[in-house]
Design a protein around this ligand. Structure first.
Ligand code: WQD
Length: 328
């Protein structure tokens, strides 16, 4: 089998390519290199440079590489930007997916894994200390980004129903870490890199609000190592191949809630800093608590996260230092 990994030169996509390759699968990366970097790809993995909006190029790629499964990660993923540029996000994430699915079904490719997000849940009701989000929790995205992921899931599922395409939508929780320093996330859009940036600038990390209804008043999230996330894709790809006509929707998290304040304490410890955070205003639209129930992924895929927060932070820090050799 050959798997086409769209967004394969991105932070998560390159980890998926690596995990697929390690599992003995043949892969082809497809990426417009808007944020991806070809240097992230292992030697021998072909890269097709282009957009998923280019249906002709997708069709040619599927045929030339005899693709038998697609893992679709190519998308825009900044929540704030999606609020300012909803049309751009709908075009890239929903129209891009539609064009891709058209080519996939026309070529008779049987399996499709879709990169979704915990952002589909929005503000889950029940912020109690042990509340977990299941796949049955009602979806109510709070940003155009989250909407495009939910609409994407609908599109994927409807296409599966209509054509027999076997599908899995994986709802990623908060991804961190790296398999190797050169594969690390180079964007500074999430808590872990934002804290790294502050600490290396000699500034205090910021806590966006400490009056949430959580044990220490700061938001609680479910952090997952990108290596575990990548392995979930391999497990999903294998599950689809083994059983045609499936339609899976799965949370990919660890089921462990960690607060912003705890994360900052741990980041200080891992990086050898000792800088207490300062309080900043709440960031609009942040839910108090979003923690996955990961039971369904375990039952359907036999997959479970293996790495803890410590290993996410240690590997993410090694990646940060690799990409910021001057210490900034
Ligand atoms: C985590 C917590 C912040 C920076 C987003 C998207 C989601 C997914 C992952 C996907 C929040 C707080 C942050 C800082 C802080 N995106 N924070 N100080 O918002 O849970 O999820 O990224 O592709 O769809 O919504 O992640 O890392 O931005 O924030 O206090 O300097 O850290 O307010 O509570 P979030 P995040």
């Amino acid at each position: 089998m050959t798997w086409l990994i769209t967004g394969g030169a991105g932070y998560i996509g390159a980890h998926v390519v690596r995990a697929m390759t390690e599992a003995g699968e043949r892969t082809v990366a497809y990426d417009d290199l808007s944020t991806g970097r070809s240097a992230r790809l292992p030697e021998g993995v072909p890269l097709v440079v282009g957009s998923v909006l280019d249906g002709d190029l997708v069709a040619r790629t599927l045929s030339e590489h005899a693709v038998t499964g697609v893992v679709h990660l190519a998308a825009k993923k900044q929540v704030g930007e999606s609020v300012a540029r909803p049309l751009h996000y709908y075009r890239e994430n929903v129209e891009g997916l539609r064009v891709l699915l058209e080519a996939v079904t026309a070529a008779g490719v049987p399996s499709f894994v879709f990169s979704s997000s915990a952002a589909v849940y929005g503000m889950p009701a029940g912020a109690g200390d042990d509340a977990l989000v299941t796949e049955e929790t009602p979806c109510a995205p709070m940003s155009p980004y989250g909407e495009t992921k939910l609409a994407g899931e609908w599109l994927v599922r409807a296409t599966g129903r209509a054509t027999g395409l076997s599908t899995a939508s994986l709802r990623y929780f908060n991804v961190a870490g790296a398999a190797a320093p050169e594969l690390a996330d180079t964007g500074v859009f999430n808590l872990v890199p934002m804290v790294f940036e502050k600490l290396t600038e000699g500034a205090a990390p910021r806590v966006f609000g400490d009056d949430y209804p959580t044990p220490d008043g700061t938001c609680v999230r479910d952090y997952i190592h990108v290596v575990d996330l990548a392995e979930a894709h391999v497990a999903a790809a294998h599950a689809l191949r083994a059983a045609p006509g499936r339609a899976l929707t799965l949370n990919i998290g660890r089921g462990e809630g960690v607060s912003v304040r705890e994360m900052i304490d741990r980041i200080n410890a891992v990086t050898g800093h000792d800088r207490p955070p300062v309080l900043a205003p709440r960031r609009p639209g942040d839910p108090a608590r979003v923690v996955a129930c990961a039971d369904r992924a375990a039952a359907e895929l036999g997959w479970k996260a293996r790495h803890d927060v410590e290993s996410m932070l240690t590997s993410a820090w090694a990646g940060w230092q690799h990409h910021h050799p001057d210490g900034r």
